[in-house]
Design a protein around this ligand. Structure first.
Ligand code: CTP
Length: 397
C-alpha cells in the first residue's frame, strides 16, 4: 500500500488496543498512517502508542492548536485517501449518521468525501439495537463500507456478535479497496426493471420485474471501478450509489432511445431489463370507460433493443438475459446467437428461488463457444458479482 495515505479514527471501545496492530501493519505495508483519537479512546490507550507506531503526531482535540483549529480537520481530511474508523462505537455511528460534528474526528469526517471503512465493535445488544442498525443503514446508503463485526467473547462478559475483526482481516479489506478494479476505466451501460406500456392515462401493460438483478449488476460494476449508466424501467428498489447516470424510463421505445444515446461510447451493455415485446397500438388519450362486455386491445411489436445493438455493435461487449419457463438452454442459446451477444445469462423463472421478485437466482451463463456455466442458487448480489467478473473477462478477450 505504498503511497497511500490512511487516516485511522479510533473511538472509545476496548478493542482500541487491537487497532495498534492495524496501524503497525498498514505502516509496514508502506502506507503513511495518521491517527485521530476521540477523547474516550484515550481512556483505553494513549496517543503516544499510536505516535510511536505511525511516526506521526496523533490528534485528539479540535481546539488543540488554537491558531489553527479551523484547518486541522480540513488538512487531515485532505491528507487521507481512506479513513478507517476502528473500533466504531454505537455512539460514534449515531453521530456520523446524523452529521454531528462535535470533535475532531466527526468534524474531519464531514469534510471528507472519499472512501470510509467502518469497523463497528460493541456489545451484541447494542449492535443489534434497531437504533444502531438504522444508523448503519443510513451510512451504508451513503456508500460507507461497513466491516461486519465478528462473533465471539466480548469484553462485557457475553458471547455474541460485536467483536472487532482481527487486524489482518481489517488490513486485507483495505488492500482490497486499493486493489486495481477489474472494470476500471470502462463505461458500462446496464438496463433494468420492467417497461410500462400505456393503455390509457391510468392503465398500463407491465411485467413482474422488480429491477433487483439489474440494480445489483450496476452496483457490482460500480464497485469494480466502472463508470455506470443505469437505464431503468419500473423497479421496486432504490438505485445504487456511485452511478454516473441514472435514467428512468417508462416504455420500451423510451428505453430504446436512451440506450441508443449511450451505446456508441459504451464498452459494454448488459440488458437485464424486462422489455415488453408488444405495446398498445394507440393508447387512449382519456381513461377508457367501461362499456361493452369485451374489450380488445390492438398490440404492435416493440423494437428488440438488444437485437438492434447486436447489429450496431463494433467492439462493445453485449450481454443479454433469457428468462424462460421451458427449454431454457435451447431458447437462451438461440437468443445468444440471434442477438449477436458475447454471453447470455439464462434462468428458469419457474424454479423456486429464481426469477422475479425474489432476492436469489439460479442461473447459467452460456458463451459463444458453446460452453455453459451452471450456478447454484445464490443471492442476486452474488450472481451480479459473477456476471461482472465474466464481463471483465469478455472485455479483455
Ligand atoms: N430484449 C430487448 N428488447 C426487447 C425484448 C427483449 O432488448 N423488445 C432483451 C432483454 O433485455 C433480454 C433479451 O433481449 O436481455 C432477451 O429477452 P427475452 O424477453 O427473454 O426474449 P425475447 O427476445 O423477447 O424473446 P421471447 O419473449 O420470445 O422469449
Amino acid at each position: 500500500m505504498a503511497d497511500k495515505n490512511i487516516l485511522i479514527g479510533v473511538t472509545g471501545g476496548i478493542a482500541a488496543y487491537k487497532v495498534v496492530e492495524v496501524a503497525s501493519r498498514l505502516k509496514k505495508s508502506g502506507a503513511n498512517v495518521k491517527v485521530i483519537m476521540t477523547k474516550h479512546a484515550t481512556e483505553f490507550i494513549t496517543p503516544k502508542t499510536f505516535q510511536e507506531i505511525t511516526n506521526n503526531a496523533v490528534s485528539v482535540d479540535l481546539f488543540a492548536d488554537a491558531a489553527n483549529f479551523n484547518v486541522a480537520h480540513i488538512s487531515l481530511a485532505d491528507f487521507a485517501d481512506l479513513i478507517l474508523i476502528a473500533p466504531a462505537t454505537a455512539n460514534f455511528l449515531a453521530k456520523m449518521a446524523h452529521g454531528i460534528a462535535d470533535d475532531l474526528l466527526t468534524t474531519t469526517i464531514l469534510a471528507f468525501d472519499k472512501k470510509i471503512l467502518l469497523a463497528p465493535s460493541m456489545n451484541t445488544k447494542m449492535f443489534e439495537n434497531p437504533a444502531t442498525q438504522a444508523n448503519l443503514n443510513i451510512l451504508k446508503a451513503r456508500g460507507v463500507q461497513i466491516l461486519e463485526p465478528a462473533s465471539g467473547n466480548l469484553a462485557c462478559g457475553t458471547v455474541g456478535k460485536g467483536r472487532l475483526p482481527e487486524p489482518a482481516e481489517i488490513c486485507e479489506e483495505i488492500e482490497k479497496i486499493f486493489a486495481p478494479k477489474v472494470l476500471s476505466g470502462k463505461k458500462i451501460l446496464v438496463t433494468a426493471g420492467g417497461t410500462v406500456e400505456a393503455i390509457d392515462p391510468v392503465r398500463y401493460i407491465g411485467n413482474r420485474s422488480s429491477g433487483r438483478m439489474g440494480y445489483e449488476i450496476a452496483k457490482s460494476a460500480v464497485k469494480n471501478g466502472a463508470e455506470v449508466t443505469l437505464i431503468s424501467g419500473k423497479a421496486e428498489i432504490e438505485p445504487p450509489n456511485g452511478l454516473k447516470h441514472f435514467v428512468k424510463v417508462e416504455s420500451a421505445l423510451e428505453m430504446r432511445n436512451e440506450v441508443l444515446k449511450e451505446f456508441e461510447t459504451a464498452d459494454a451493455v448488459i440488458m437485464s431489463a424486462a422489455v415488453a415485446d408488444y405495446r398498445v397500438k394507440t393508447p387512449a388519450a382519456q381513461k377508457i370507460k367501461k362499456s361493452s362486455d369485451n374489450l380488445t386491445l390492438e398490440l404492435v411489436k416493440n423494437p428488440d433493443i438488444l437485437r438492434e445493438l447486436g447489429t450496431l455493435k463494433k467492439n462493445q461487449v453485449l450481454v443479454g438475459f433469457a428468462a424462460e419457463t421451458q427449454n431454457v438452454l435451447d431458447y437462451a442459446n438461440k437468443k445468444l446467437v440471434e442477438k449477436n451477444l458475447n454471453f447470455i445469462v439464462a434462468n428458469d423463472v419457474t424454479l423456486e428461488g429464481a426469477g422475479f421478485g425474489v432476492s436469489t437466482n439460479i442461473a447459467s451463463i452460456i458463451w459463444r463457444d458453446g460452453s455453459v456455466e451452471n450456478f447454484s442458487k445464490m443471492s442476486k448480489a452474488e450472481l451480479a458479482e459473477k456476471i461482472v467478473q465474466r464481463l471483465s473477462k469478455a472485455l479483455n478477450q
